[in-house]
Design a protein around this ligand. Structure first.
Ligand code: HEC
Length: 493
């Protein structure tokens, strides 16, 4: 009998060594407790293909083997062999066998409300309209910084991988964050407390707030929905199943607030339409207008009147101008090298309103005359970059070259009238440096060193002298309350 048991164990052992590892079973044993048995996430992030994105299989193998220092994600190299790690990396990068469901019932069940401790004034003495909200992607935290003294006044953990830019209520008191995995968080900047959270999707792109500050729209990649929440308590107001007129579903690339139009404008990934959703209380709240396009457009820039929107063509070489009043495409602009229109800014030059955009593939800033939609200049920069920022009170615009391996540490300062680069800064040699945001007055520019042991560096915006360096964990974005709620021309929204 003993002999029989021993040979059985031996036989099973040999069998397991030769068969391909059962990734689904390994996942349930080793991973489900933190990432959820459905892979939707729990204490750990969601492990679904759209969410993992650029990490891909290779990146996932490294994380599963090595773990991530300083987090609950430990390395599994001691427990799992190479084959099992590879199988798990492939498993989490493949779509689940049945399409994930995240409808009204799941969204509503995820909502968490914290009693709103009302306060008559902020719990700190700093100017509440000159705060900076700094998103630290390195360890998933948010810092609130006094924009006069440049001192951090509070730091708290965020949801995993915030993105899309926080949005503020018109009075500047509340800020809303969205996370990669679909969480929306409402934070009270006066009491420094989270007041509500809800998971509006499994993979979200960004959020927008309505003109009156009463509604939050959430753009989802998974599922194909646009979710509208009440800004007061994040309860669900409406869910749009996003599809073209023939019923073909589409992911939502992004949603934008268009205050002068009292609407949300929605970019669709898989269908040639722009959606405009009314946020006016009368006559029909959330009524939908479909604007037909010749091709899907993404990554929008709006002129300050919000009459025209520029969208990037998927070929990466063109932008198309749509007149939102007539619903017509009115111009096509040749913009080779993947324009990043979402980072576009505008200003007055020679009596004309111009807009400028960086490019993700080419080292240049394109300047466009919005009166005739012609490209009037291409300002060379050391390399391609993500962002461009200015302020009404400064003659300069600041651009990064963070996508260039050799010049990722350089910031180019451009004169908005001569369109010449007047200064190049290299605040942290060798380190990726990008994303500039001005303070309320426009006298200071804050620059991010986007490394785990990175920094936010405060510059005098006129002399380009460094004033202060605040250590931060990969500060991927920072947002000045005043500049955001006044829709400053120098920043994106
Ligand atoms: C004790 C909890 C825990 C367990 C068990 C766990 N993880 Fe994680 N995992 C995490 C956390 C937390 C993170 C996020 C780390 C960070 O902040 O970057 C993470 C991150 C990851 C990431 C990177 C996700 C991204 O988007 O960057 C992958 C891939 C991953 N885990 C796979 C696995 C696999 C596969 C297993 C099982 C073999 C596993 N994890 C087990 C907690 C866990």
């Amino acid at each position: 009998m003993k002999l029989f048991a021993a040979s059985l164990v031996l036989a099973l052992g040999i069998g397991a060594a030769h068969a391909a590892p059962d990734a689904a079973a390994l996942y349930q044993t080793h991973c489900a407790s933190c990432h959820g048995s459905d892979r939707f996430g729990a204490t750990g992030p969601a492990l679904l293909p759209d969410n993992l994105g650029r990490l891909g299989k290779r990146g996932a193998e490294a994380v599963i083997g090595e773990g991530r220092a300083g987090t609950k994600m430990r390395g599994f190299r001691a427990v799992l062999d190479e084959q099992s790690i590879k199988a798990l990396a492939a498993y989490v990068n493949a779509p689940p066998p049945t399409a994930p469901v995240w409808g009204r019932a799941q969204i509503e069940a995820s909502r968490v409300l914290t009693p709103d401790l009302s306060a008559a004034k902020p719990v700190f003495s700093a100017d509440p309209l000159n705060l900076f909200v700094v998103v630290e992607g390195g360890d998933h935290h948010v810092s609130i910084v006094d924009g006069d003294s440049f001192t951090p006044i509070y730091r708290f953990p965020s949801r995993f991988a915030l993105h899309g830019g926080p949005k503020f209520t018109p009075d500047g008191r509340y800020v809303f964050f969205s996370s990669r995995d679909g969480w929306v968080t409402k934070f009270d900047l006066w009491t420094l407390k989270v007041t509500a959270e809800i998971r509006a999707g499994l993979n979200s792109r960004n959020i927008a707030l309505s003109r009156d500050g009463r509604h939050v729209a959430v753009a989802n990649y998974l599922p194909d929905t646009l979710v509208i929440l009440s800004a007061a308590d994040l309860s669900v107001e409406k869910i749009f199943d996003v599809a073209d007129s023939n019923g073909k579903a589409s992911r939502v690339s992004a949603v934008y607030q268009a205050p002068p139009r009292d609407s949300f404008v929605v970019a669709l990934k898989d269908t040639p339409e722009i959606w405009e959703i009314s946020t006016a209380a009368q006559p029909d709240p959330f009524s939908l207008r479909r604007i037909a396009l010749t091709t899907p457009l993404d990554d929008f820039f709006f002129d300050p009147s919000y009459r025209h929107v520029l969208g990037a063509h998927q070929d990466g070489n063109r932008a198309i101008v749509v007149d939102l009043d007539s619903g017509r495409e009115v111009a096509t602009l040749p913009l080779a090298g993947m324009p990043h229109l979402g980072s576009g800014i505008s200003w007055m030059r020679d009596g004309h309103l111009v807009m400028a955009t960086p490019h993700l593939k080419d080292g240049k800033i394109s300047v466009i005359d919005t009166t005739n939609w012609k490209v009037i200049a291409e300002i060379p920069t050391p390399g391609p970059g993500y962002f461009l920022r200015s302020h009404d009170n400064t003659p300069y615009a600041w651009a990064d070259s963070s996508l260039s391996p050799q010049h990722r540490d350089e910031i180019s300062i451009i004169d908005k009238q001569s369109l010449k680069v007047v200064r190049t800064l290299k605040p942290a040699p060798g380190k990726m440096t990008a994303h500039v945001e001005f303070d309320r007055s426009g006298k200071h520019a804050l620059v991010s060193v986007m490394e785990k042991n990175g920094a936010v560096i405060v510059y005098d915006a006129a002399t380009f002298q460094e004033i202060k360096r605040l250590p931060m964990a990969k500060p991927i974005g920072k947002y000045n309350v005043y500049n955001k709620i006044t829709f400053s021309e120098g920043t994106s929204h």
